[in-house]
Design a protein around this ligand. Structure first.
Ligand code: PLP
Length: 401
């Protein structure tokens, strides 16, 4: 949604200027969205939340009733998520797991390891064998699979189907499965296959990817005469920043996954979205500090910038936003006011890259007006370079707890 929800709008207008910028999270909106995602998914499809999209403890907790577990991608996320939502199932993924991180995950009793390489598999086997417990450690082998239909080229960010540091190469599949099934690694249990191939896919492309991952995994399992119990088809459901009201088609995706599970009795599918779960629940609220002309265009400089909300700079889009006019003007000097229809919203950093949204329709925008940027609930604050220029950090408000 481009427009802020009522609680977000009220808070964005009631905070004193010196308390801006602020991240405003509407936990009620988050719960509603997560419930609708959950209800679109059929039986035998588990939903894990990829914590790296937004690991704020309040967000992790609010998602609790709607998710089956959480995917963590580092020792830091592991410790953080285990503390924020104690006792919930965790899957530990990510390339370059250090021995100490794996040992910590084993100590915590993490249910699933997404193993990213043959080397990591041997390391995990050795560390798992040194535990006191005899319970086997669950393993999903992550593969970098090619997808025939070209859907990866259409995605914003692809991790698979081309040379990348993610997952095992498909040519290593038979050796890896043998290692896990021939008694070499008695402390590990092969639960299934994982593949997270791209981000930014729409429902038809996501379904095509899921189908080809499951087909590939089923034939691998058949070759080795083993049961295929779990396939994790990853996250990457698109969030369209150019059309913020168009959401990923969860109903179509869920219906497609239902056909897939029907074709594979006994298989549990798992998805692990990040962005498409939390992007919509966050707003970055700020105020206009100045408005000025520059070479025929007009710029507004807002409090804060891409050191707090780096998403538009990294993804190359204009962050959707709403202007909230403020009529009170407490200063003795005149307000600067936009003279044109279109205004580019920039931050306070001394770099031309610090632009949040270009050529926004904002006729009459004045210093002191407030601006609320939407779709700021995922890959926003936590991917930003906070310390550059040493401006104060934003406030954080969790509304509708
Ligand atoms: C980042 C990531 C996700 C989540 O991706 P989104 O695009 O946020 O849905 C899921 N799985 C893995 C392995 C990831 O690295």
């Amino acid at each position: 949604m481009t427009a802020p929800t009522d609680p977000v709008r009220d808070r964005a207008l009631s905070l004193p200027a010196q308390s801006l910028p602020a991240y405003l999270y509407d936990l009620g909106a988050l719960r509603e969205h997560a419930a609708s995602v959950r209800s679109a998914l059929p039986e035998r499809v588990e939903l894990y939340y990829a914590a790296k999209a937004n690991p704020e403890p309040e967000i992790l907790a609010a998602l609790g009733p709607y998710v089956d577990g959480y995917e963590v991608s580092s020792g830091g996320e592991l410790a953080h998520v285990a503390k924020a939502v104690p006792g919930r199932p965790l899957a530990f993924g990510g390339p370059g797991k250090a021995p100490a991180e794996i040992a910590a995950a084993l100590d915590l009793g993490v249910e699933r390891f997404h193993v990213e390489s043959a080397y990591e598999l041997r390391m995990l086997a050795e560390l798992a064998s040194r535990r006191a417990s005899d319970a086997p450690v669950g393993v999903l082998l992550r593969f970098n699979l090619p997808l025939a239909d070209g859907s990866l080229e259409a995605s914003a960010l692809s991790m698979g189907g081309r040379p990348t540091p993610f997952g095992l190469d498909p040519t290593q599949a038979d050796d890896a499965v043998r290692l896990l099934t021939d008694g070499t690694c008695p402390h590990l249990e092969l639960l299934g296959i994982h593949a997270h191939l791209a981000s930014g896919l729409r429902a038809p492309q996501q379904l095509a990817a899921a189908e080809s991952i499951v087909t590939w995994a089923a034939s691998l399992a058949a070759r080795h005469g083993i049961d295929l119990r779990e396939v994790n088809v990853g996250g990457g459901m698109t969030v369209d920043y150019t059309d913020p009201d168009a959401r990923f088609d969860w109903a179509a995706y869920g219906a497609g996954l239902a056909r897939l599970t029907a074709a594979h009795p006994g298989l549990t599918l798992r998805i692990e979205p990040g962005r498409a779960l939390t992007a919509y629940c966050g707003w970055y609220a700020t105020e206009v500090l100045d408005v000025k002309p520059s070479h025929g265009e007009e710029f507004a400089v807002v409090r804060g910038g891409t050191h707090h909300l780096r998403t538009p700079a990294t993804k190359g889009h204009d962050q959707p936003c709403t202007v909230l006019p403020v009529n009170d003007w407490p200063h003795p000097w005149p307000r600067s006011t936009a003279q044109q229809e279109l205004v580019t919203l920039a931050g306070q950093l001394c770099t031309p890259k610090d632009v949040l949204a270009r050529r926004v329709p904002a006729a009459g925008l004045r210093a002191g007006d407030r601006v609320v940027f939407s779709l700021a609930g995922a890959y926003a604050w936590n991917i930003s370079h906070h310390d550059f220029l040493m401006h104060p950090r934003p406030g954080f408000h969790f509304l509708c707890p």
